[in-house]
Design a protein around this ligand. Structure first.
Ligand SMILES: CC(C)(COP(=O)(O)OP(=O)(O)OC[C@H]1O[C@@H](n2cnc3c(N)ncnc32)[C@H](O)[C@@H]1OP(=O)(O)O)[C@@H](O)C(=O)NCCC(=O)NCCS
Length: 194
């Protein structure tokens, strides 16, 4: 089980380590060059710590271990849409359902709290674990940018996925109550210690 909390300055060393992990870079980065420390710190300050950043740290429960982060970008108020991103950096946390859970918490946030109409994402075609997790959370494949990603001389598609508000509501119908998920959107005592 996971919860989302506001990012803390003390999260930075983990984020630096994750971005230096070649496997995470392969799965998440458009560029093949490794990010510098300065670039990671700037990303962390601007995209995670800034007051207007729609970014959350993912903690595993009950330990509250910091295992990854998730963000929204390109918030478009006119059209009620946003782009979703997630990185679980601790590889021992992969494949245990935690990413699907965190994605669902973010969708709950987007649709039930922010009142958005659409959440979109892009994922590399070879990232089958991510695509499966997104499908389990309710995303559908909408299209592909053919051979948009080059890795070691081979080209791969960039897959575009999306979920609409009514699809989210339909997916919730008959499943476990979302009230508990709402409680886990933020771990109050962790936020308070900021
Ligand atoms: C993508 C990510 C968020 C998914 O979270 P997760 O907790 O690992 O995924 P889950 O356990 O919730 O779901 C994974 C699903 O894919 C399946 N899966 C796992 N490894 C797989 C693989 N190598 N190939 C295909 N499917 C795989 C699992 O069996 C599971 O499906 P199931 O429940 O039907 O059996 C996480 O792995 C991650 O952050 N990875 C590194 C960064 C990344 O890829 N970010 C996304 C960039 S778009």
């Amino acid at each position: 089980m996971v919860a989302l909390r506001r990012p803390l300055q003390t999260d930075l060393p983990s984020v630096v380590a994750w971005y230096r992990d070649p496997e995470i870079a392969r799965l998440t980065r458009y560029q093949t060059r490794q990010m510098t420390q300065a670039e990671i710190e700037r990303f962390f300050q601007v995209r995670m710590l800034a007051p207007d950043a729609l970014a959350y740290s993912i903690v595993e429960l009950p330990s509250k271990r910091f295992i990854g982060f998730t963000t929204f970008s390109a918030l478009d108020g006119d059209n009620g849409s946003v782009m979703f991103h997630i990185t679980i950096g601790e590889q021992d946390a992969w494949g245990r359902g935690l990413g699907t859970e965190a994605t669902q918490l973010m969708l709950h946030h987007a649709f039930d709290r922010l009142g958005l109409h659409r959440v979109g994402l892009s994922v590399f075609s070879y990232n089958t674990r991510a695509i499966r997790a997104y499908e389990k959370a309710g995303f559908r494949i909408e299209g592909r940018l053919r051979e948009a990603i080059q890795r070691q001389g081979s080209y791969f598609d960039e897959v575009q996925m999306g979920i609409l508000a009514d699809e989210w509501v339909a997916a919730q119908y008959g499943t476990a109550a979302t009230d508990g998920d709402a409680d886990r959107s933020f771990v109050d005592e962790v936020v308070a210690s900021r």
